[in-house]
Design a protein around this ligand. Structure first.
Ligand code: SF4
Length: 345
């Protein structure tokens, strides 16, 4: 069986079943543009080809297990179950100003063990396949379609470190950009990383037009290692070289989660300003969603505002982010952990 995202294999089936190209286009539009169910999409094909397509094509590899809609903002958390009974999360975001986005997972669990992340506490199970990554986008599109919306941005910031699943993530980005499939421009796709220099270099040379985000969180080596064990492997000076190369191709998003007493003091600010000096970056100051099991606390909003204002005054592009979906356990991995516990109990 081939996946619905395998355009070459699908073309072979089209030829075999003698489906006209314009009918194939209708079929694709039904699935990817109009977010129809696969059985409704099949009806756009000639009747004599439907059984062959239904037999040969794997249309869906994830089951939507749960949906949690925020009552205070436009976020929806979707929990999907894979065929081997793993749970992963995607988050649909409907910001008041801006385009409807989905934040997708790239792995089941994560091997990076960031101390501020609920997923980091789950350990790593496996990489998601390209189809499992893309299915999150397809099904999120179906969720928002009845609202007259469409997914316009895809962000790889869910469970897992995308650049540790390089081949499948690269293939997923190709499919997201492909005209017969999702047809998104590179600027509508963001891949976020903890900072793996070699993989960042590969990513930026393969996809110079796709947005790269670096989870920096501290420009002091010791503080960064406390937050992100991967930082021991990839020290800040090595990371900066990759950042210089990446920013030569376009602006890089810098994610900075503000944590009380950890990365929000005077020395933290000065280290950050110095580290980013001269680079083409956009800094996102992010609030922390506290979760059970973590002992970190978020920096209060007035201090986050002051920190952001100083960066702005120093000449950086800065966005002060507000948490979306804080009433639906927005910390990455939190809902999956809860559901796993329920199924064990
Ligand atoms: S923040 Fe990202 S890279 Fe770090 S543990 Fe969580 S999912 Fe993994």
């Amino acid at each position: 069986m081939v996946t619905i995202y395998d355009t070459e294999a699908l073309e072979a089936i089209r030829r075999r079943t003698a489906v006209q190209p314009h009918r194939m286009k209708l079929f694709r539009n039904a699935l990817f543009k109009n977010a129809r169910d696969w059985d409704a999409a099949l009806e756009t094909l000639p009747e004599n080809a439907r059984a062959d397509f239904a037999r040969s094509v794997d249309f869906e590899c994830l089951d939507l297990a749960e949906r949690h809609d925020s009552e205070i903002d436009g976020a929806s958390k979707l929990i999907f179950q894979t065929r081997d009974a793993n749970l992963i999360e995607s988050v649909v975001l409907r910001p008041k100003t801006g385009r409807t986005s989905v934040c997708v997972s790239s792995q089941v669990g994560c091997a990076c063990y960031c101390s501020f992340c609920a997923t980091g506490m789950m350990g790593f199970s496996r990489n998601l396949t390209t189809a499992e990554i893309l299915d999150q986008v397809t099904q999120s599109n179906r969720v928002v379609r009845p609202e007259g919306r469409a997914i316009r941005n895809v962000v790889f910031m869910g469970m897992g470190e995308p650049l540790l699943n390089l081949d499948n993530v690269f293939a997923a980005v190709d499919a997201l950009k492909a005209a017969p499939l999702f047809n998104l421009t590179g600027s509508r796709i963001t891949v976020s990383t903890v900072g793996i220099p070699d993989a960042m270099n590969r990513f930026t040379s393969e996809f110079p037009d796709v947005q790269l985000a670096l989870s920096l969180h501290s420009a002091r080596q010791a503080a960064r290692e406390r937050l992100m064990p991967q930082a021991r492997k990839y020290p800040l000076d090595e990371l900066r070289e990759a950042l210089v190369a990446a920013t030569a191709r376009g602006k890089v998003m810098i994610e900075y989660l503000m944590l009380a007493g950890v990365n929000d003091r005077e020395e933290d600010y000065l280290a950050l300003e110095n580290y980013l000096k001269g680079l083409s970056v956009h800094v996102n100051i992010i609030p922390f969603n506290e979760f059970a099991g973590g002992d970190l606390r978020g920096t209060p909003l007035p201090e986050r505002k002051r920190f952001a204002a100083r960066l702005k005054a120093a000449g950086f592009d800065v966005t002060l982010r507000y948490s979306l979906g804080s009433d639906i356990a927005a910390a990455c991995g939190q809902l999956v952990q809860r559901k796993q516990k329920e199924s064990v109990a």
